[in-house]
Design a protein around this ligand. Structure first.
Ligand SMILES: Nc1ncnc2c1ncn2[C@@H]1O[C@H](COP(=O)(O)OP(=O)(O)OP(=O)(O)O)[C@@H](O)[C@H]1O
Ligand SMILES: [Mg+2]
Length: 310
């Protein structure tokens, strides 16, 4: 594959990066588009950290879709190991092959060993798949929620990301001719090691501004009433200023917008808000705090703010 093929379809400016994301209804701010553009240009992994439900995972998906590349997702969890992340030998198939060889009276042990540690008994997991060539161009490797893995795996990942290669003792080293596009996300349940961050370009994904959140809602919930979408976004933005155990993310705003639109709501009122709070807030203590009087106060604030802006 030529260098130009590896760079096929990649944006050539920050504006083009914004447009690319926009094609898949991802409304990014300029700072995210800038760091993404640089990561693509420089061939460096992009490390996205931020609150829950603010569009970190979506970046990986949208990139693969708009660039026409394969999406390979490594979902991280505690205890994730090489067998689940890189490769594993198909023991069951190997056992059968050994039995068959025995039944056929095979005597050459080295030959049998060589056979069972060959390509066809290898199960490729996401990291290995991401190193292999793809006709559409290097794939997008989404390493999601890295903060859930343990530090030993993180150190291993660092090695893979440094050289884009893995060594399989029985087979040899697999090295990517063209490195994949890597997006790493973290919810910051723990700090990820500096060494890993150093390899990446870093961006904190915060809650969007009201203006951007409104564009997201209108893009993702087509047909939503203009005035209602404004009330929804301003309400959520006001809610995020409250001292809550878990503030609503963009995902919750979108769910709430769909729910209210489904219920044919035309304007926010305290009863509707209280009845549908479970779409926005997922902790009983938070719901109890906002329900009733507080909901009314927030709606009044939103209405005053919107009137002032007219
Ligand atoms: N800027 C945006 N433009 C369009 N849609 C967005 C944007 N940000 C978030 N969304 C939408 O919000 C939802 C949640 O996004 P996503 O799953 O990427 O969040 P996340 O940051 O990975 O959350 P978590 O930490 O919970 O995994 C998705 O449906 C996504 O489409
Ligand atoms: Mg996510």
């Amino acid at each position: 594959m030529s260098e130009s093929k590896a760079a096929k379809g990649l944006p050539t400016s920050i504006d083009e990066t914004l447009d690319l994301l926009g094609k898949a209804d991802y409304v990014a701010d300029r700072s995210l588009a800038t760091v993404l553009y640089l990561a693509l240009r420089m061939g460096r992994p992009l490390f996205l950290e931020g609150e829950a439900g603010v569009g970190k995972t979506e970046i990986g998906k949208v990139l693969a879709a708009t660039l026409g590349r394969r999406l390979i997702r490594l979902q991280c969890y505690e205890g994730l190991d090489v067998a689940a992340a890189v490769y594993e030998w198909n023991y069951a198939a190997q056992m059968i092959a050994i039995r068959l060889a025995e039944a056929e009276g095979a005597v050459d042990r080295d030959r049998v060993a060589q056979d069972i540690f060959s390509d066809r008994f290898l199960i490729r997991r996401p990291l290995l798949q991401a190193l292999e060539p793809d006709a559409a161009g290097p794939p997008v490797l989404l390493i999601d929620e890295i903060d859930r893995t343990d530090e030993a795996f993180e150190a291993f990942l660092l090695e893979v990301l440094a050289d884009f290669q893995v060594t399989i003792p029985e087979l040899g080293t697999v090295k990517a001719a063209h490195p994949p596009i890597v997006v790493v996300t973290s919810n910051r349940t723990r700090e990820v090691h500096d060494a890993l961050k150093r390899r990446c370009l870093y961006h904190w994904v915060g809650y969007p501004s009201a203006e951007r959140e409104l564009r997201i809602v209108r893009a993702k919930v087509p047909g939503i009433d203009k005035a209602l979408s404004q009330e929804i976004v301003h309400f959520v933005q006001t809610l995020r200023k409250e001292d809550l155990f878990k503030s609503p993310g963009v995902a919750e705003t979108l769910d709430w917008a769909s729910a209210l639109s489904e219920l044919d709501v035309v304007a926010l009122d305290p009863a509707t808000v209280s009845d549908t709070l479970g779409v926005l807030l997922k902790y009983q203590d938070d719901i109890a705090r906002i329900e009733g009087g507080k909901a009314k106060q927030l709606i009044d604030e939103v209405h005053a703010e919107l009137r002032a802006a007219e």
